[in-house]
Design a protein around this ligand. Sequence first.
Ligand code: MCU
Length: 417
Amino acid sequence: TTAQPQVPTTTARPTTTLVTSVVSSTTSPSDPVVTNPPVNPGTCPNTPSGLGTPVANQLNDPFTFHNGNKVTSKADWACRQREISELLQRYELGTLPPKPSSVTASFSGSTLSISVSEGGRSISFAVSINNRPSGAGPHPAIINFGTFGASLPVPAGVATINFNNDDIAQQQGGSSRGRGKFYDLYGSSHSAGALTAWAWGVSRIVDALELTQAQTGIDPTRLGVTGCSRNGKGAIVAGALEPRIALTLPQESGAGGSGCWRIATWQKNNGQNVQDSTQIVQENVWFSPNFNSYVNNVNQLPFDHHLLAGLIAPRALYVMENVDMEWLGKISTYGCMGIARKQWEALGVLDNFGYSQVGGNSHCSFPSSQQGSELNAFIDKFLLKRSGGNTSIFRSTQTHSSFNLNNWSPWAVPSLN
Ligand code: MCU
């Protein structure tokens, strides 16, 4: 039986116009392709140094700048996203380097080869593009973390791009810190953790797709990104840090992905066996070493992962979680994403946000109950540009009655224009 969980309160608000952009000759301006609003850094407030006031038993207010000013417009929101990205990089993820001075690409067979140079060093890596649809393109594609194909079903009409993320940054436990092609280019002591290094790799794939569109037939404005579990953490961080991703599809990413640090700690304090910040930095090298200073008191952080997700808004995000996996933080992901959703609400684009938590499937084996009316609806609308079904989704098969979404987000949700 499906219990309907509490849905975050939606304040009555006027209809706002989507930020739309025409992406190719085959699409019309009414397509729900959304891009992050343009940011003019000169108009953004300065971000004070330091952590600011600790935030306990609630999640940080997305709509208040680090200096205390309120976010009142879409232009402010763009500035706030820039600030949140900077804070996440500083305290948790490590620095995302800018686009390198040289990126070149070539396409042969199904292999897209990418060469990158910066500061006198060079690396190259390759991705395979599979299930390229026949017929006149351009066609959408989903970038999949891992070499074995997506662990969710990719429908016909959408190509799959397999990204060997471990080749860019290893995730073999503590001793793999600083290993992989990202670190060959930027140095093994670079602050970026593996998640940031992989997001950088996704950005280079998008660069390469922009350069080779005539050869690959792939439309670089209709890209999704996915991965499961540790690679789901990679998918959500890539969607957050790379604004050219149209649809972000993290699957069972759990702690360090769609979960919030503060809620995982709260679950753990309530006796649940859940991965938290102190454990995760022992297990692997997903985060920057900078994060180690904060894991014992996450209330100090000027963000949590609802704000990581909010870097994607107004672009499309569909989060899949597994209610049977206590370790992943089932209340944490439910609460974190239920509160993240308020950022899409503020932008008037609730259709671009989905969170779905079901059970009965083993870890990373995609359940059919999420396919037809959920995953396919998102892919139809945001990649295939067909009018699909409902994509305003927030559901769990469990009622998390011990957790109150609104108590954990006591701040107001503005209507941003
Ligand atoms: C859900 O992602 C991870 C989790 O964070 C780890 O603690 C566990 O060891 O592995 C999961 C995973 O990647 O499974 C494939």
